[in-house]
Design a protein around this ligand. Structure first.
Ligand code: 7TS
Length: 405
């Protein structure tokens, strides 16, 4: 059986009719839908076990703590992390990148350099801009070359003895490009730079093994991988995390406090001030279990097949331009496209009238849009529940748009 035939009935929302048509949800890169297992785990937690964590001796307090810390073990296994201390819970990819930009740049000197790329989401641009302005750092970007791939020769030229941080996306949310993480990290290491990888579009689709990636930090958002909003994962290599001074304070992140000083808590709690997203951690566990039961190989294979089908069919339509590497190159689960003579928002609105949900606009990647010479694009993206006939519907609807003109 095809994967969507197995998973489809697990997603209650997919029973919806939108504008008179069955919903074709092709916007998981923005946020995926949730299986019943995730929804049930979270409501069961609220109905039976909710309490604050790490503080109460009573039964519910202990259950909640066990569930919250259990999520860390699940994530550790899911991403192949060396130890649970390396897994920090944040509020999302954006939050993790802000935390890292604050903490990593705090010790940098004016003139030090931070290197990003032209294909970054604003989440991996703005926090570095803020840090750069605050500390007088130089912010540079690796350009993209042919076929939507990073220009690795330019990367080598841009790496200098002043480069302190290299922050880049694993998978582009527009181009679908999969960047060679280990190779980029090896180059960065040669100049002694710390590496930060934005895994928001990778974690939902690729089986991850932190040791193989060779980076220092990796962040992602569970809400794009069938889990809830409001929780994020920040993985840090143990010695890197241990060397990082916290920039956010409060309860939970300390061991001992005096009025004028404090002693930090152990890893990973040192970076988790305040009451954490507990129900969201419970939902995350359920999402990880759901994906692991399918197997990430099968997840990736299914989504790659849908992406390839979309890419090839859309590219064959006259007046349609698709972006990113060709179908023969391994890509993520997004396909961005434009239709001649139509604004991307109009494309999305016309598709929505047929029950097809795609995202349109700049995809929080304005510098990339400028580089591609477009105001925006429409974008279809895929998850475990999408079916080839939804791609057929999309392609037919896009073909019909041409006749609207
Ligand atoms: N990085 C990348 C590569 C992303 O695709 C996104 C979200 C983020 C960071 C931010 O994640 P958040 O969970 O903190 O919001 N990308 C998209 C998108 O492509 N459409 O909507 C959100």
């Amino acid at each position: 059986m095809r994967l969507d035939e197995v998973t489809r009935r697990d997603f209650p929302v997919l029973g919806r009719v939108v504008n008179g048509h069955p919903l074709a949800y092709l916007d998981s890169a923005a946020s995926s839908q949730k299986p019943r297992a995730v929804i049930d785990a979270m409501s069961q937690y609220y109905e039976r076990s909710h309490a604050n964590v790490h503080r109460s001796i009573h039964t519910l307090g202990e259950e909640a703590t066990e569930l919250y810390e259990g999520a860390r073990d699940h994530v550790q296994r899911f991403i192949g992390a060396g130890s649970r201390e390396e897994v920090v819970f944040t509020r999302g990819t954006t939050d993790g990148l802000n935390l890292l930009a604050d903490a990593l740049c705090a010790s940098l000197a004016p003139g030090d350099e931070v290197l990003i790329t032209e294909m970054e989401h604003h989440s991996n641009i703005i926090p570095w801009q803020i840090a750069a302005r605050r500390r007088g750092l130089a912010l540079r970007a690796v350009p993209i070359a042919e076929r939507g791939l990073l220009d690795l020769e330019a990367l080598d030229r841009l790496l200098t003895e002043r480069t302190r941080v290299v922050a880049f996306t694993h998978v582009s949310n527009v181009l679908g490009t999969i960047n060679p993480v280990a190779s980029i990290c090896a180059r960065a290491r040669r100049v002694g730079a710390v590496t930060v990888v934005d895994g928001a579009q990778a974690a939902p689709h690729l089986g991850l093994a932190m040791s193989a990636l060779q980076c220092d930090f990796y962040v992602f958002s569970p809400h794009k991988m069938l889990g809830p909003t409001g929780i994020g994962v920040l993985w840090g290599r143990r010695e890197r995390l241990a060397a990082l001074e916290p920039t956010r304070g409060g309860g939970e992140m300390i061991k001992e406090v005096w009025l004028d000083r404090a002693e930090w808590n152990d890893l990973p709690w040192r970076f988790e001030p305040g009451t954490p997203p507990i129900a969201e951690a419970v939902g995350l566990t359920a999402a990880v279990e759901y994906l692991e039961k399918i197997g990430m190989d099968r997840v990736g294979e299914h989504e790659r097949a849908l992406s390839r089908q979309t890419l090839e069919a859309l590219a064959a339509l006259p007046g349609v331009r698709v972006f990113g590497p060709p179908a023969a190159v391994e890509r993520g689960a997004v396909v961005a496209f434009t239709v001649d003579g139509l604004h991307p928002h109009d494309v999305a609105a016309l598709l929505d009238a047929e029950g097809i949900a795609v995202r349109a606009g700049h995809h929080c990647a304005m510098p990339l849009m400028r580089r591609l010479g477009v105001v925006g694009t429409s974008r279809a993206s895929f998850s475990v529940f999408n079916a080839p006939d939804e791609v057929d519907r999309l392609v037919r609807a896009v073909a019909d748009l041409r006749s609207v003109l």
